[in-house]
Design a protein around this ligand. Structure first.
Ligand SMILES: Nc1ncnc2c1ncn2[C@@H]1O[C@H](COP(=O)(O)OP(=O)(O)OP(=O)(O)O)[C@@H](O)[C@H]1O
Ligand SMILES: [Mg+2]
Length: 237
């Protein structure tokens, strides 16, 4: 049987009294690669933030590895193995690359692992975060999150604004992480093609609700799903 790692049941959450997620339910199995797609402003970032405990939960339940986590503060969720790479790429701009990664180290994480995944960061280890290019800053944000050895990695539009060659390189890193079976990945991404390519399963959000859940193959074979819910079309193959 596939082991359930994370589940959301009828989750309603937002900022202050404003409710953005209006009853979201889904589960992620251990080792799974889940993609979450949807138009701008539908609540994708809010969903990841809610899993990390960064929004106001109005109702519903969040369970991780068999235990309710929805009342836990963010740092306790991180200790349980949840790691978020936010859309804002929050790195320490005044610290060096190496200091940024060291600040994220936890458990069995090491600097060497980070540099093995991102040789570019090793070359730039003495540079300050603020001196890096956009792509390098994204690599650093990911490396810092991975230094915490998360078993559940939440990625919020990691490809945003990056050159195709860097996108390919990052997707390759995510694939390698997921392939070892110990990292479960939830990927929020506007690059629908890449997200679908990567995922075992896809969820489409619209106006704070899940409007579609299915397999990449289903989405590929029925073009109306993406055009209807996301307003995009896949490149013909
Ligand atoms: N800190 C906040 N306070 C109040 N409202 C917010 C806050 N952050 C986001 N919102 C609102 O919540 C809604 C969902 O935003 P969210 O950032 O989750 O969307 P998204 O799907 O991630 O969009 P994008 O694709 O543009 O990143 C939007 O209407 C947004 O204006
Ligand atoms: Mg977002």
């Amino acid at each position: 049987m596939v082991e359930e790692l994370l589940s959301l049941k009828d989750v309603r959450a937002g900022y202050g009294r404003t409710e953005i997620l209006n009853g979201v339910s889904f589960a992620v199995s251990k080792g799974e690669r889940l993609a979450v797609i949807g138009r701008n402003g539908v609540g994708k970032t809010t969903l990841l933030a809610t899993i990390m405990g960064l929004t106001r939960l109005h109702g519903g339940a969040i369970t991780h590895a068999g235990a309710r986590i929805d009342a836990l503060p963010t740092h306790r969720r991180a200790e349980r193995g949840l790691g978020l790479v936010p859309q804002t790429r929050d790195i320490f701009k005044s610290l060096t690359v190496e200091e940024n990664i060291v600040a994220g180290l936890r458990g069995e994480g090491t600097l060497e692992q980070a540099y093995a995944l991102f040789p570019r960061l090793k070359e730039r280890r003495r540079n300050r975060g603020g001196q890096l290019s956009g792509g390098e800053q994204q690599m650093l944000a990911i490396a810092r999150a991975l230094a915490g050895r998360p078993s559940l990695l939440l990625l919020d539009e990691p490809l945003e604004g990056l050159a195709p060659v860097i996108c390919d390189m990052l997707m390759d890193v995510f694939r390698r992480l997921a392939a070892d079976g110990r990292t479960t990945v939830v990927l929020v991404e506007q690059h629908v093609e890449m997200a679908i390519d990567f995922a075992d399963r896809v969820i489409i959000l619209d106006a704070g609700q899940i409007v579609y859940e299915g397999l990449p193959a289903d989405i590929r074979s029925d073009g109306s799903i993406l055009s209807r819910f996301v307003g995009v079309a896949l490149e013909p193959t």
